[in-house]
Design a binder for this molecule. Structure first.
Ligand SMILES: NC(=O)c1ccc[n+]([C@@H]2O[C@H](COP(=O)([O-])OP(=O)(O)OC[C@H]3O[C@@H](n4cnc5c(N)ncnc54)[C@H](OP(=O)(O)O)[C@@H]3O)[C@@H](O)[C@H]2O)c1
Length: 268
């Protein structure tokens, strides 16, 4: 079902976006990769072509509406339409609120994680309506529950969730569907190295190690592609985390203990 389908992936220069691009290219998709790092995008395009798909890079920033408009224009010009929009570009943080000295980091998190989807979708929606396309919003389990030291990230992913829930109503008659994805921590991406610390600077490599709680990139990409194929509305990875929103509603004290235990296991 994926052959010849046109897929836009924002944040495709590393991590989950790059893995999804490779795996969808291997299913013969036409993949459009968007991010700011042109060299990394060129490498990712070569990987997609080696995997058997057609691929094109567009360099740009999801926080800039004009870059997103150019992304959509270039995609429709080259491939004629859009079947899937994977909104994946993301930025994290690792600092307690009262330690933060650079307030701008809260704005950056909102602009990348939330407005990134708003901007790309604004320009992509007419094309998605023509194909009855699917929007895939890569959120986080932190769009459903909170985790210490991530206040700005948690807020941005909750904003994304509210936006997608609203659009589901508004798009009901249009043939366009939304899949919201809520992964746990993923190994092998740049998310932690790039996470903003209290003064806004990136955390850098290996400050926080992953443990058995984290999922692999391959598992995450595989489950997302299966959910795209099945046109699901929501995906929580790994499945045991589906309990988290239920605990939040019914046994918040138990959820709090579990979150603190897992968080401390990540080197806190
Ligand atoms: N890693 C985790 O533990 C985890 C857990 C749950 C959810 N997620 C979500 O998964 C998604 C992918 O993250 P990842 O883990 O793969 O991290 P990653 O390796 O750091 O990838 C982030 C991607 O976003 C791009 N990006 C960042 N700012 C951008 C901007 N302003 N404009 C365009 N592209 C931008 C980066 O490329 P450039 O720097 O080249 O622009 C990069 O390609 C994110 O939405 C993240 O919140 C991650």
């Amino acid at each position: 079902m994926f052959a010849k389908k046109v897929v836009i992936i924002t944040g495709a220069s590393s991590g989950l976006g790059r893995q999804l691009a490779r795996d969808l290219a291997a299913r013969r998709c036409r993949v459009v990769l968007f991010a700011r790092n042109a060299d990394a995008l060129a490498e990712a395009v070569a990987e997609c072509e080696a995997a058997g798909g057609e691929a094109m890079a567009v360099t740009g920033d999801v926080t800039q509406p004009e870059d997103c408009e150019r992304l959509i224009a270039k995609t429709t010009e080259r491939f004629g339409g859009i079947d899937f929009l994977i909104s994946n570009a993301g930025l994290s943080m690792w600092a307690k609120f009262e330690e933060v000295t650079d307030l701008n980091l809260f704005r950056r998190l909102m602009e990348v994680n939330y407005l990134g989807l708003v901007h790309t979708l604004h320009f992509a929606l007419p094309a998605l309506k023509k194909t009855g396309g699917l929007i895939i919003s890569i959120g986080s389990i932190q769009g459903k529950i909170a985790v210490p030291a991530h206040s700005g990230y948690v807020a941005s992913k909750h904003a994304l969730e509210g936006f997608c829930d609203t659009l589901r109503y508004e798009l009901e008659e249009t043939g366009v569907d939304i899949l919201t994805v809520h992964p746990h921590w993923i190994q092998g991406t740049q998310m932690r190295a790039n996470a903003c610390t209290a003064d806004g600077a990136p955390m850098g490599e290996s400050k926080r190690s992953h443990n058995h709680e984290s999922i692999t990139l391959e598992q995450c990409a595989r489950e997302i592609i299966d959910a795209m194929r099945d046109r699901r509305r929501e995906l929580i990875i790994p499945p045991r985390l589906r309990l988290a929103p239920i605990l939040k509603a019914l046994w918040p004290a138990l959820l709090r203990r579990k979150v603190l235990r897992i968080f401390r296991g990540q080197g806190n």
